[in-house]
Every structure is written in C-alpha cells, then in structure tokens.
Design a protein around this ligand. Structure first.
Ligand SMILES: Cc1cc2nc3c(=O)[nH]c(=O)nc-3n(C[C@H](O)[C@H](O)[C@H](O)COP(=O)(O)OP(=O)(O)OC[C@H]3O[C@@H](n4cnc5c(N)ncnc54)[C@H](O)[C@@H]3O)c2cc1C
Length: 415
C-alpha cells in the first residue's frame, strides 16, 4: 500500500492474480493467498470529490485544425526563410517534440547562428528548445508566454491523433509523417518521466459503459478518440473522416484491457482500463521555460500583423508557431477552429487516475481534476467551425452531476 492508503499498481496486480488464480484452484491450493486479504484493484481507488462547489475554473480554447494536417513547409519572404509549424488540432501537446524536430531540421539546412520563433505556446516553446539543442541562439517573439496561451487551456493528455487531419485531404503520406512525429515525441516525453513535481506521468484511465464496449476507442477519454464524419459538422465544404493513426504505434503505447467483474467497483456493466500519459501544465511548462532561459534563450513580447512584419526581424530564419492565430496572421483559411472546453476542480492528489463515463471524462492532475463533457450541446462535433471562445460553466456542472454517482458507488464499494 502506498502513502495515501491506496494500493499501488503492483499490489493490485498481485491482488488480481491472486483472485484469478484462486478461482481456478478452488479448494486445492492452500499456499495461494486468501482473496479476503487482497482487495480487488478497483476497490482501492480513492473516490474523487465530485461536487459543483469543487469547480475552480472553466477554460475554453480553440483547436487549430487543418484537414490536411499541420503546416510544416518552408517559405521565403524577402531575405527571410520562414518555416511554418502550426495547425496541430487536438494533438499539439502530444506531437510537439516530433513536429519541432522536423521544422528545426529544415531551419538548420542553412546553418543559422540565430533563429527566431514566433509563438510561445507548446508548439513554439518546444521548437525553441529543440533549436537550442541543435546549437542555435534563439529568441521567442510572441504576444504571450506559455501560461497565457491557448495551449494552457487544453486537457493535456497523450492524444496524438485527436483532430489532426481528415483522411482525404491529408492522404496516405501524412500517416508516415504523423508516425515520425509521434515516435519522436513519445521518446522525448520519456525523458520527463520520474522527475520531481511530475511534469509528465502515467495514470490508469477507466472507460465505463452501461453497454458493451465494442472498440478500443470507446473505452478511452473522448479527446483521444474524436471520431466522426466532418460532413455532418456544419462545414459542408469539407468531407471525410478524422484521420486516426494510433494503430501505427501500438508497439510503444499501452493498450486497454477489460476489467473483470470482481475488480469492477463502479456499478456499471462494462469497464476497460488503460495506462495513459498526461502532462501537468504547471510543472511541465515551468520546466520547459526554465530550460529555454537557462540555455540563453530570449523572450520578446511582440504583436505581428502580417508576414511582412515577420520579415523585419533581425533573424533571417524564423519558425512560425502562431497556432489558431495563423488564420489571421498568415491569412491561412485552411485553419478551422474546433472549440473545446475543460472544467477544473480542486486538485485531489490522493486520487491518481482518470475515468470516462457517458460523455464525461475526469482526470486527476497535479494542477486540478480536469473535466471534459462532450455529450453536452458543446460536444465534440459541435465545436467544429466554432470560434467562440467564451467558457460555459453549465456543461461542466451537468458533467459533475452525471459522474458523481459513480464515485458514490465507489465509496460504497470501499466501505
Ligand atoms: C479543449 C482542448 C483540449 C485539448 N487537449 C489536448 C490534449 O489532451 N493533448 C494534446 O496533445 N493536445 C490537446 N489540445 C490541442 C492543443 O492544445 C493545441 O494543439 C496546441 O495548444 C496548439 O499550440 P500552439 O502552440 O500551436 O498554439 P497556441 O497555444 O495558441 O500558441 C500560439 C502562440 O503564438 C502567439 N501568437 C499568435 N499570434 C501572434 C501574433 N500575431 N503576434 C505575436 N504572437 C502571436 C501567441 O501569443 C502564443 O504564444 C486540446 C485543445 C483543446 C481546445
């Protein structure tokens, strides 16, 4: 048992093996540990406090979605080489390192001593750090530093193929590029595991359903699996399905497993469990900003209004990471807004897991319990084409009410 009085993964695994083993060896295995002494894994989860009084914040944000996938090409403006790095949809945190390696690789072909990065969201900041690691002197120019960017209003889980493309305009070649970005990113995140303040960590995610869970995706948090036909989203000029590529990296990313009836304390018929990586914004963001400044990075607050503005910079190699704002700055109408919002409840570090049920997901992170409610009127598909960035507390309150009974049952199962 760990410090919080909850059973750790290894204890629980032992528990489930003991319980499973006992079933097969009834009455003939005196050496097998008694099931009564080993609580089923699910029962040992600390129930989350789920009340509207625990809500401390509701954040709204726009995903910068491009049907053809992120823009990573280079463009010459006068004597300035601009390499674009925007349009990462619902996958920007997850693909940031891979995307950064690709664009910095393009920048380094002209061997610049100095590089300018426009934007200090997760895409700009990781590009800046990777450019420093490649030996360049880097200045970030942006309206805001990371904690004030749209990136900080995301969910912050490993969701590398969430709203990243439409299968048709992106084409088969994008799958290869995606895989390259995902694998590089995954490797980089591994170096941030096991650190103080837990910038990046894994936790168990439970997918709960009253009916059978038919696919891997159904039991996972909705942001990891946004599916559907784009033609039904109010943007009829775009056709096709959201691109899904995660099967390509099954060899490195944990897959989900069915939770047995003995282990299931939630009072719903079907449960799947998976280990999922997430990013704790406060500590991870702080670590990245510190690394950038320690390596001699400079930050300058600037507001650009056009590509010509960008070409006036002293640096003649620029990595352009404006996120959704690229739609105005670069007049790039291929960027489509996909609205989303998260609710935040008081941090509950004693509960170290996440759960998804009936369109509501909760994830206990170090900076708070994050909630998304996608079955509401502001659900997944309704967000497409919506650039209204006003938070709406109502769906989050509804989400609390939908999911609170699950934790009541968990409390009951532990009593
Ligand atoms: C609800 C929600 C949940 C999400 N969950 C996840 C998740 O779990 N996992 C995941 O991987 N992704 C997730 N995403 C997606 C992710 O948040 C985005 O892909 C990512 O934030 C994009 O980052 P960015 O750096 O490109 O843009 P931004 O964060 O918007 O940063 C843009 C930067 O450019 C600067 N800038 C813009 N225009 C100008 C200008 N004209 N002049 C000067 N500076 C400028 C801004 O100040 C800012 O610094 C989620 C998104 C939403 C909305």
């Amino acid at each position: 048992m760990n410090r919080d009085g909850a059973w750790g993964r290894r204890d629980l695994l032992k528990g489930s093996l003991a319980v499973g083993g006992l079933a097969g060896l009834q009455g003939c295995a005196p050496s097998v540990k008694s099931a009564a002494t080993v609580p089923p894994r699910g029962v040992s989860l600390v129930p989350m406090r789920m009340s509207v009084d625990e809500i401390i914040d509701v954040k709204c944000c726009i995903r910068p979605f491009r049907p053809q996938g992120p823009r990573l090409d280079a463009e010459q403006i006068g004597d300035t080489l601009v390499i674009h790095n925007y349009g990462h949809g619902g996958s920007g945190w997850s693909l940031s390192w891979g995307s950064a390696e690709i664009v910095v690789g393009k920048a380094m072909t002209v061997l610049p001593k100095e590089i300018a990065v426009i934007g200090c969201g997760i895409i700009g900041l990781t590009a800046a750090v990777v450019a420093q690691r490649a030996g360049a002197k880097v200045t970030i120019y942006a309206r805001d530093q990371l904690p004030r960017t749209r990136s900080f209003r995301a969910n912050g889980s490993w969701t590398p193929d969430s709203r990243i493309s439409l299968t048709e305009p992106a084409g088969a070649a994008f799958g290869d590029l995606w895989e390259q970005m995902a694998r590089i990113s995954w490797k980089n995140f591994r170096t941030y595991l096991g650190l103080p303040e837990r910038p990046v960590e894994f936790s168990d995610q439970y997918g709960l359903s009253d009916g059978p869970i038919r696919s891997e995706g159904e039991g996972r948090v909705p942001d990891a699996t946004a599916r559907g036909s784009f033609a039904t989203t109010g943007m009829p000029q775009q056709k096709g399905e959201f691109g899904h590529y995660s099967d390509r990296i099954r060899d490195i990313v944990p897959q989900s497993e069915t939770v047995s009836a003995e282990e299931n304390p939630f009072g719903v018929a079907h449960v799947r469990r998976t280990s999922m990586m997430h990013f704790n914004f406060g500590s991870y963001g702080h670590l990245l900003m510190s690394e950038f400044f320690q390596q001699g990075g400079r930050f300058e607050m600037r507001d650009f209004h056009s590509p010509a503005d960008v070409a006036t910079l002293r640096e003649k190699v620029v990595i352009n990471c404006p996120g959704y704002a690229g739609r105005d700055l670069w007049r790039d109408k291929t960027i489509i807004p996909v609205r989303g919002q998260t609710g935040w409840l008081v941090p509950q570090p004693e509960a170290k897991y996440g759960l998804y049920y009936a369109g509501v997901s909760v994830l206990s992170k170090s900076d708070g319990v994050m909630m998304m409610h996608t079955s509401s009127t502001l659900g997944d598909m309704e967000g497409v084409g919506n650039s209204l960035e006003l938070p709406d507390r109502v769906p989050i309150e509804e989400g609390v009410k939908i999911i609170a009974p699950i934790f009541d049952r968990l409390r009951g199962a532990r009593a």
